[in-house]
Write a protein that binds this ligand. Structure first.
Ligand code: 26W
Length: 804
């Protein structure tokens, strides 16, 4: 590992402060120290970075390129320090100077270039691929504005711009020399060449300059530094003349200005399609430019390049790769197609119909006419090649172009050699229901890769007290290989270890209680059960079901003032897509119920609701270590996997869950007695769909408590929610409760009372926490990416052969 002394570090810091701010360390602000420390650290990783890509080039190593329209790294300082093996040294050195590293860490802006699960998974994978020493690169967009900042005004969500680049990004390197031009719009026509070949000609095209900004993805103490390349748009020199006014310039610059804040509802907006083509074309051009440097024949492309399509947003990778192989490398269609499908692989992250991208032909034709031509030809040849084998109905249902619409998931599946889901149930549902037709046609392409998380960030960095207990109990090997967490199973009956785990949890609960008081003014009792639901606000995730139970519990206490429960703090973190009206109404109602209950002295502070604004990666790192209960209550079959469930399990929270997504695999890992399961199974949900016999009204009429709770939404018992209360009341009764909240209500309440009862026996509870921590190693992203590498990408670490 790179050895740096405290003296050298201070000297480097002083030098940077002098050079960048002409200031002494003693007079520097925390922000100035952050930027100076950051560039010192970047200086160290740059050497490893250079060595890494030079080795990849020299060894002509096969590399994977992970295309994602979202990346959600959060803050990078602490994980860069940990992965460089400098964390303790820097922490101590700063402490010697009476500087708190946490204070410096807070200066960094969260890199929030993603909405939720998909984007965060991409960043966990970047950390894991580098830490496994695998040659992998990220490819995405450098948005000038990340996911909006959320504030609550009178209980309503208000969105504010996230100007994260205002003070610069210390981790990135602008690579002008690697810029490429991306062409879109205009018309395409063919011209016969003297050799009879058809040459593609363009006219009136718009040109964008794609400028790459590279950020080092530092492996865990293995001297590997991979690249995450994010593209920014600029006006090409040659086009300067065309953009005279600021307005005209803004139109172009707006293309990568902002991240679309929708995480499950495709809008079909023109700029979104241009964004998708922009980072795809820039990425593919730079990859093939690199390949040409290897001086190998095109036929070897799939032995040197793997391209992964993270959901359908980068699916244009397929026609763009074909475009260059056909139009520029003049390969035959058959050659180009064979190579392309071997190079490409695709991951599906959702089964929600409204999230599956379908672009109107008119828009595709207008924005990327050559892409449309190639997609049309892929579709035509698909239909032709399948007509001899499959029924026309099956072919018409699976073809890419249907009517005036282009089905991007169909393109991704047909144009790649692998389609995977992100948890066992989800992958089974893709095969049995959502993509069953494709499973019939391409059975070998379908596989499962259950998600994983970066355990270095979500345990070693987010929860030092627990990490210390682990070090003291099972040694340090879990830090390198989290499957060693299993060693903790030997201490299930060791009351001193259980006590230490309880103490570590208490430390983080007190820390979070202080943070909550500082940010909301509300005092919460650290002895209470911290019950946490943190994820995007979406009807299928059923934050409303959580609220319905809280109201039941509240009314119980109101009706029986003598009754005592173990105090509960319900913690919510959730952003709603700005155009998702129903989700925003649920936010308003949660905030109104919170102020009703939090200020009701008659219940003696037994229930508190804390809705922390602006939930993001850094806030998650504060909440997760302090959680006792992990709410994973989506309607079975709707949550593809979930990843907060894995982070909360790893930090010793007990999961309260439906048998949905990866919750099932968490149950398999810990056993029924160490998780609390409730609700309909996926099969029961589909039975209701089959029989079309779900009636929320029927349930309402037979259940007085449900009546009591729902009526509170319209009878004024919950103040200030006239409009929202009615909207929600109607969604559950008039519109028949799309996500079966009323059907799961009783079993959810029973599960919650089981939590109440089990928490009383703290030793038993602690043992269950221990068993969850011990079995969380399987959900390490290191494991997951190794499976992708072995089964899909067929890549291996540098010099893998030597070690064999
Ligand atoms: C076009 C709008 C849009 C934007 C984002 C549609 C769909 C998405 C994402 C696919 C939504 C997403 O983040 N899905 C989540 O992906 C996680 C990582 O695999 C899973 O753990 C979550 O279950 C899934 O909801």
């Amino acid at each position: 590992m790179f050895m740096l002394t405290k003296k050298e570090l201070i000297a480097e810091l002083r030098k940077n402060l002098q050079e960048d701010y002409a200031i002494e360390l003693e007079d520097a602000t925390s922000e100035e120290i952050f930027f100076s420390l950051g560039s010192a650290i970047k200086g160290i990783s740059n050497q490893k970075w250079q060595k890494t890509w030079k080795n990849y080039l020299k060894e002509q190593q096969k590399q994977v390129y992970y295309f994602s329209i979202e990346f959600l790294p959060g803050k990078l300082l602490k994980s860069n320090l940990l992965n460089l093996g400098l964390y303790e040294l820097v922490k101590e050195t700063l402490a010697d100077l009476t500087i708190d590293l946490e204070e410096i860490v807070e200066q960094e802006k969260d890199m929030a270039l993603g909405n939720g699960g998909l984007g965060r998974l991409a960043s966990c994978f970047m950390d894991a691929i580098a830490s496994k020493g695998l040659p992998g690169n990220g490819n995405g967009i450098r948005y000038n504005y990340g996911l909006f900042k959320q504030q609550f005004v009178d209980g309503y969500q208000v969105e504010l711009p996230d100007d994260w680049l205002k003070k610069g990004n210390v981790w990135e390197i602008r690579r002008d020399s690697k810029a490429v031009d991306v062409h879109y719009g205009g018309n395409v026509f063919f011209e016969k060449k003297e050799d009879g070949h058809l040459k593609v000609q363009y006219e009136n095209q718009r040109i964008l300059r794609a400028v790459p900004y590279d950020t080092g993805m530092i492996g865990y103490q293995n001297n590997i530094v991979n690249t995450m390349r994010l593209w920014g748009v600029e006006i090409p020199h040659s086009e300067e003349g065309k953009y005279r006014s600021i307005e005209e310039r803004r139109v172009l610059e707006d293309i990568t200005a902002v991240l679309y804040p929708d995480d499950s509802n495709e809008k079909g907006r023109c700029i979104r399609l241009i964004q998708e083509y922009f980072f795809v074309s820039a990425g593919i051009q730079s990859i093939l430019r690199y390949y040409q440097r290897l001086g190998l024949s095109p036929s070897l492309l799939s032995e040197k390049i793997a391209i992964h399509i993270n959901d359908t947003h980068p699916a244009l990778c397929i026609p763009e790769f074909m475009r260059i192989l056909l139009d520029e490398w003049e390969l035959s269609w058959e050659q180009a197609w064979d190579i392309t499908s071997k190079v490409m692989s695709y991951t599906n992250h959702t089964i929600l119909a409204e999230a599956l991208e379908k672009w109107p032909i008119s828009l595709m034709k207008n924005v990327v006419p050559r892409m449309f031509q190639i997609i049309e030809e892929i579709d035509r040849r698909y239909v032709l090649s399948m007509s001899a084998i499959h029924s026309d109905e099956l072919i018409q249902r699976t073809r890419i172009v249907q009517g005036s619409t282009i089905h991007m998931a169909h393109l991704a599946i047909i144009g790649s050699h692998s389609t995977n889901g992100v948890a066992k149930l989800h992958s089974d549902l893709l095969k049995s229901v959502v993509l069953h037709d494709f499973y019939v046609i391409f059975p070998d392409r379908f596989n499962n890769k259950t998600n994983g998380i970066a355990q270095r960030r979500w345990l070693q960095l987010a929860n030092e007290p627990l990490s210390k207990v682990l070090d003291d109990t099972i040694g340090h090997t879990w830090r390198q290989d989290s499957s060693n967490l299993k060693l903790l199973m030997n201490y299930q009956k060791d009351t001193s270890v259980l006590a230490k785990l309880a103490a570590a949890k208490q430390t983080k609960k007190i820390e979070l209680a202080d943070f909550i008081e500082a940010n909301t003014g509300i005092i919460v009792n650290p002895e209470a059960i911290f019950d946490v639901q943190i994820k995007r606000l979406h009807a299928y995730k059923r934050q409303l079901l959580n609220l319905l139970h809280i109201l039941k519990q509240y009314f119980d206490l109101k009706d029986h003032p003598e009754k005592r429960i173990h105090p509960r703090v319900y913690i919510f973190g959730a952003k709603a897509a700005p155009s998702y009206h129903y989700a925003k109404s649920i936010i308003k109602v949660i905030n109104e119920v919170a102020s009703l209950i939090n200020h009701d002295a008659t219940i003696h502070d037994q229930i508190k609701i804390i809705f922390l604004p602006n939930y993001n990666v850094s806030l998650a790192e504060k909440i997760i270590p302090a959680a006792d209960v992990s709410e994973q209550i989506s309607l079975a079959s709707k949550e593809a996997s979930g990843t907060s469930n894995m982070k909360l399990m790893l930090n010793g929270a007990i999961t309260l869950a439906t048998l949905d997504g990866a919750n099932i695999e968490i149950r398999d890992a810990v056993g029924d007695e160490n998780i609390v399961i409730f609700g309909l199974s996926e099969a029961q949900v589909y039975a209701y769909y089959e029989n079309k016999n779900y009636s929320s009204i029927e349930i309402y009429e037979k259940n007085p408590m449900i009546q009591r709770v729902l009526n509170a939404f319209i009878n004024g018992e919950i103040p200030n929610i006239e409009q929202e209360g009615r909207e929600i009341f109607d969604s559950l009764l008039t519109y028949n409760d799309e996500y079966f909240l009323l059907r799961d209500f009783d079993s959810y309440c029973a599960a919650q009372s089981r939590i109440e009862q089990e928490y009383q026996n703290s030793t038993d509870w602690q043992r269950r926490c221990l068993i969850n921590i011990a079995n969380a190693g399987v959900f390490s992203a290191d494991e997951t990416v190794q499976q992708y590498a072995d089964d899909i990408w067929h890549i291996e670490p540098l010099f893998a052969h030597e070690s064999k």
